[in-house]
Design a binder for this molecule. Structure first.
Ligand SMILES: Nc1nc2c(c(=O)[nH]1)N[C@H]1C(S)=C(S)[C@@H](COP(=O)(O)O)O[C@H]1N2
Ligand SMILES: [Mo]
Length: 450
């Protein structure tokens, strides 16, 4: 690791952001990050101009300051080229960052995940196809259960509510691609930062109760999920998405057919009137607008199950290389992650500030969170955060910690979590894979004192 001289300013270090970017990310044509460095990056640089970096000596060579490289800075929200700048969808917060328009994909900036339970308005959206029309009478919605069962079912939502005991759990839902933007070289797909995750209170019935109602045949191996949304091509013979899970996960007590989110009926964007919630696993298992479950006698091969979709190479591959589709495995549990929800990236605090309180969330699929640490000196020293008790097995762990601020200047707060098995977030997105799954590096937030 090369050391930097102490008295250099942000401006001097990154007088040429193009070059700094090329150093870290290589020569690239990626519009998202390029556009960002030129637009918001320069704005952020203006904000930071002249500030010394008290811990500059610790900065890893080529590191792009978080103020430039991460989510949108506090002061400005530049329009991204070829993308709507704000989200215009009933019931959703316009401050969600739109990552894609067709299909609609939007993530939640870290500072908007400060609540213990993520409000529906702030919850990320990930679609693969079109958003279907909302049904006029939700209780008449029909779910079919077929395939390797003794008695195929056609059951209405109304009947689901009356026949089976209701369950309510606070659980994290996270997109398999969350963190994808941190891969170097870039991986294809929506460039999620940290906001493809949220924690809601989901109410529904256990999938296992319904499957027991239908009676599983001994040949039952895997589920296959189908919903009312359509493929973007408009071709009715193609599914926008059709994933599934092994029977053991389907029969887990926390895998539910949900009709309520945070005490209210599901809104259309989140799969009204009925969706699966398969906590801890890649979000694509949690099928929205759910109309049919087919039990299969082999691993499901629907849309999103094959090629590199929701799969990772079995063996490490050269970053940027094509990889071998045949030598992959289906992604299941999501890795450990921490985010800082306060302060907001790009926050300015008054001259002479001596302490900053950092708040955040951490979660792992089902291993719990053992440790969260925060650094303000580019990772040389770490302070343990105080963890709150998570509200249930698949809920996240709120945490907080106060860090001393030795002087005015530009600081970066870095957070990292370790799960119950002792596995920690890596410094950089590791295990590069063609579609960029599992990117869970340290979270970084810039603060300017004085
Ligand atoms: N029917 C259907 N269900 C779906 C999807 C979809 O495109 N169609 N996207 C999946 C993916 S990839 C994720 S991450 C979650 C996102 O759920 P949310 O939009 O409610 O946040 O829904 C999953 N369920
Ligand atoms: Mo996803």
């Amino acid at each position: 690791m090369r050391m930097r001289r102490q008295e250099r300013s942000v401006e001097e270090l990154y007088a040429d952001p193009e070059r700094a970017d090329a150093l870290v990310f290589g020569r690239r044509t990626d519009v998202t990050r390029r556009g960002f460095l030129e637009g918001a990056g320069l704005t952020a640089m203006g904000v930071a101009a002249g500030a010394g970096i008290p811990f500059a000596a610790n900065m890893p060579a080529g590191l792009i300051p978080a103020a430039f490289a991460q989510d949108k800075p506090a002061e400005s929200k530049p329009a991204e080229p070829a993308q709507p700048a704000t989200l215009d969808l009933p019931g959703k917060d316009p401050n969600l960052s739109v990552l894609g328009d067709k299909p609609l994909v939007a993530e939640t900036p870290a500072w908007m995940l400060d609540d213990a339970v993520t409000p529906v308005e702030r919850f990320f959206i990930r679609n693969n196809g079109t958003i279907p029309e909302a049904p006029s009478d939700p209780d008449k919605w029909v779910l079919k259960v077929e395939g390797e069962v003794n008695t195929p079912l056609e059951i209405t939502l109304g009947e689901l509510k009356s026949r089976f005991p209701a369950q309510e759990h606070q659980m994290v839902l996270e997109c398999g691609g969350n963190g994808r933007s941190y891969f170097v070289p870039p991986a294809r797909g929506n460039q999620w930062t940290t906001g493809g995750a949220g924690c809601a209170v989901w109410k529904g019935v256990r999938l296992s109760d319904v499957l027991k109602g239908a009676g599983l045949k001994p040949s039952a191996v895997y589920t296959a999920h189908y919903g009312a949304d359509q493929h973007l091509s408009g071709d009715a013979t193609k599914d926008a998405l059709s994933r599934g899970v092994p029977m053991a996960k389907a029969m887990d007590d926390y895998t539910i057919l949900a009709w309520e989110m945070n005490g209210k009926p599901l809104i259309n964007a989140h799969g009204a009137p009925l969706r699966l919630v398969v906590p801890g696993w890649v979000g694509s298992c949690s099928h929205k607008w759910l109309s049919r479950i087919r039990i299969r006698d082999k691993v499901h091969d629907g849309a999103g199950m094959t090629g590199f979709s929701y799969r990772a190479p079995n063996k490490p591959i050269v970053p940027g290389s094509k990889g071998d589709e045949a030598d992959t495995r289906i992604l299941e549990a999501m890795p450990v992650r921490s985010i800082m929800t306060s302060p907001k990236n790009g926050t300015k605090l008054g001259s002479g500030t001596k302490e900053v309180t950092v708040r955040g969330k951490a979660w792992s699929a089902d291993k719990g969170v053992r440790l969260v640490e925060v650094s303000n000196d580019f990772g040389v020293t770490w302070v343990k955060a105080k963890l709150e008790e998570p509200k249930g097995k698949y809920s996240w762990t709120p945490w907080s910690v106060s860090l001393p601020i030795p002087s005015d200047g530009y600081f970066e707060l870095w957070s990292r979590a370790s799960d119950g098995a002792g596995t920690m977030q890596p410094f950089q997105a590791a295990n590069w894979n063609p579609q960029g799954y599992g990117g869970n590096p340290y979270h970084r937030v810039a603060v300017l004192i004085g």
